[in-house]
Design a protein. Structure first.
Length: 387
């Protein structure tokens, strides 16, 4: 008889780690397979935008108390369009929240989650284990992985792919719907002349949206998106030229920009796995769907995937990984993920073009949105909790 583990999670990034910890909280054991060496991501300085709902999930795990000293709160979100007076402002206090979100380094989050996993008897982490293939049948799913040049197999009642969308789903025979925007994102960190006052800025321009997120005592994390050739040209500028271009597009709200750190770019796309019958196999996080970063939804949607899958495993009376159990999980996530994909795609389509006449309509739309409190409350709930 083949040995079958209860739950095997491929990918020990934040989404996989949170899933394993949520399961452990319910007394459910799991095994994590991670391609990198244990702790390899702990020094990663890339910024993450966490929603208030993500903070609530991390609070449940006792993780937030470890992270709070390293997180910068977003108390206000200021949305504007270049070349118009239209703007909208969201304040955390108006919605009974301590903040609208937080900015935290990827490494700080991984470090705290890894420390908790180390202390958990219900979790086994196997590092430097490169998953090569996935198969499934009516009884269990199987992952084949290589560690130290030796090939191994693990069978699981539930196999979860949480590897951040590294194309392993192709090995499982899944298909993905992809919309290529022809846009790239440039990410870096900048220092401004004026303090950030815990305000995050979303600025729409004819070339594409940019976000400035408060990060640390006085700096901002910048996400600047646009057509691939436009972003490539920004990458080639000197620091002084880049800061001048940033000021020209963003305006004077934080004064002059004084310093920029290393700039990096990556391509942007919208993607979602097609529905498929995959008994004993689930896909979550960026491996299941990827979104444009315009609204900061992607990572937070992935953590909500982990929360709902752990909840379904704990409460389901059905066989682990059965079609009934996985159908219930997928139904619980359908509205959140589809609305997130549609919302971010809508923002990119409407706010990233320069069609004659549309600029004034966008400006009027922002002004109207700022006056309609139910619409603002809906947006805050969507960004915070996916509701």
């Amino acid at each position: 008889m083949q040995k079958i583990d209860n739950i095997v999670i491929v990918g020990a990034g934040p989404v996989g780690l949170v899933l394993s910890l949520l399961l452990a909280k319910e007394g459910i054991p799991s095994t994590l397979l991670e391609a990198r060496k244990k702790g390899a991501a702990n020094q990663d300085a890339r910024a993450l935008a966490l929603s208030y709902g993500t903070r609530v999930i991390l609070d449940k795990l006792g993780t937030w108390s470890l992270l709070a000293p390293y997180a910068t709160a977003i108390n206000t979100i200021h949305v504007s369009q270049k070349g118009s007076f239209g703007r909208s402002v969201l304040e955390a206090a108006d919605y009974g929240q301590e903040s609208l979100g937080y900015v935290l380094s990827y490494g700080a989050l991984c470090s705290a989650l890894n420390a908790q996993v180390d202390a958990q008897a219900h979790i086994t982490l196997i590092d430097e284990a490169q998953a090569e293939s996935i198969a499934y049948n009516t009884e269990f799913a199987t992952v084949t992985y290589v560690q130290g040049g030796v090939s191994f197999q693990r069978n699981a009642g539930l196999l979860v792919l949480a590897d951040g969308g590294r194309s392993l789903e192709q090995a499982a025979g899944l298909k993905r719907n992809v919309k290529e925007y022809g846009h790239d994102a440039l990410i870096t960190k900048v220092k401004a002349e004026l303090p950030h006052r815990n305000i995050a800025y979303e600025r729409f321009t004819s070339n594409g949206p940019m976000a400035l997120l408060p990060n640390g005592a006085s700096d901002f994390s910048l996400v600047w998106t646009g057509k691939t050739e436009y972003v490539a040209a920004l990458l080639d500028l000197s620091d002084a030229e880049f800061l001048a271009q940033l000021h020209a597009q963003f305006g004077d709200r934080v004064g002059r920009f004084l310093r920029v750190e290393k700039r990096m770019t990556f391509p942007l796309r919208l993607s979602k796995l097609q529905d498929a019958d995959t008994p004993h196999f689930a896909v979550i996080g960026n491996a299941a769907q990827t979104m444009h970063p315009v609204a900061g939804q992607g990572f937070n949607v992935g953590l909500r995937d982990a929360e709902m899958l752990a909840r379904e495993v704990a409460r389901s009376a059905c066989e682990l990984g059965s079609p009934q159990m996985l159908s219930a999980y997928q139904a619980s996530r359908k509205t959140d993920t589809e609305h997130g994909l549609m919302f971010t795609d809508f923002l990119v389509s409407v706010f990233s073009n320069d069609i004659v006449g549309i600029s004034s309509l966008r400006s009027a739309g922002l002004s109207i949105f700022d006056l309609v409190k139910p619409m603002k409350r809906y947006l805050v709930n969507k960004m915070s909790f996916g509701k």
